[in-house]
Design a protein around this ligand. Structure first.
Ligand code: GLN
Length: 251
């Protein structure tokens, strides 16, 4: 069985982020691979993080991020060790920001992050000459992540809506993708998202995975490898998913 943990599903779930969990579940079910998904909410103790093969954390507004900041910080060391040990993690937007060093909100609050990803994030009022408050719209990007499973499709599509500008500040953290259209991390350096080992952070909602089946399988492939189990990911009929992907590329 593949065990998935969904962190803070009630606090961090913007723009259909739950669709990422549904995609993991369906793509495992369609291949007859047993799985379970545990929701881990604010204050909930986890006996053994080590049992999980994949962690997902979604996006949220500043207020929700502030609400869970202390709780996620209390889980930091366990999560850090697991990421070092190659646990696959997918983090979207607010969740992505919280895995970095800090997020400075437009009101000037500094929310300490877990410092697992080498990124910092600042909201616009902290930056000079910021033209736009929020970075909103459709995104298409060229994947820079080294794909281990499906190496054919090299694009990423979705939707972004964030005020935070994220910058990669550590050379061990790499950009996930290069922007073709949209803003990405900060509207300045053309990068979107970041990764370190098997931890992937992105600003792309939409949800992300239904329209990017190659990335969904890439993450599942890494989760299966990490689990040490012998499951294989047989090919699926992704014609609808690819039609959506290709349509979104033209938006
Ligand atoms: N609150 C963060 C921002 O606006 C994240 C938003 C989100 O998760 N969509 O930057």
């Amino acid at each position: 069985m593949i065990k998935i943990a969904h962190l803070y599903p009630h606090h961090l779930n913007l723009y259909g982020d739950i669709g990422n969990i549904i995609t993991f579940a369906n793509r495992l079910k369609w291949r007859s691979i047993d799985f379970c998904i545990d929701e881990i909410s604010l204050g909930e103790q986890v006996k053994k993080y080590k049992d999980y093969d994949l962690i997902f954390i979604g996006g949220g507004q500043d207020r929700q991020q502030e609400e869970i900041a202390a709780d996620i910080a209390s889980r930091r060391n366990e999560l850090f060790d697991l990421v070092e040990n190659n646990l696959p993690v997918l983090a979207v937007c607010g969740g992505y920001q919280l895995l970095g060093k800090y997020y400075q909100t437009s009101e000037g609050h500094e929310i300490a992050g877990l410092d697992i990803l080498g990124i910092i994030t600042k909201a616009p009022s902290q930056q000079k000459n910021s033209k736009q408050d929020r970075l909103i719209g459709n995104v298409s990007a060229k994947l820079l992540l080294e794909m281990q499973f499906n190496t054919e499709l090299k694009t990423l599509v979705g939707f972004e809506n964030h005020s935070g500008r994220t910058f990669i500040v550590d050379q061990n953290t790499k950009p996930l993708a290069q922007i073709i259209k949209g803003f990405g991390n900060n509207a300045e350096d053309v990068f979107e998202g970041a990764y370190y080992k098997n931890l992937i952070g992105t600003y792309v909602h939409g949800s992300l995975l239904p329209k990017n089946p190659h990335l969904a399988d890439e993450i599942l492939y890494r989760a299966i490898k990490y689990s040490g189990k012998n499951y294989s990911l047989n090919a699926l009929d992704d014609s609808f998913e690819l039609e959506a992907h290709n349509f979104a590329l033209k938006l």
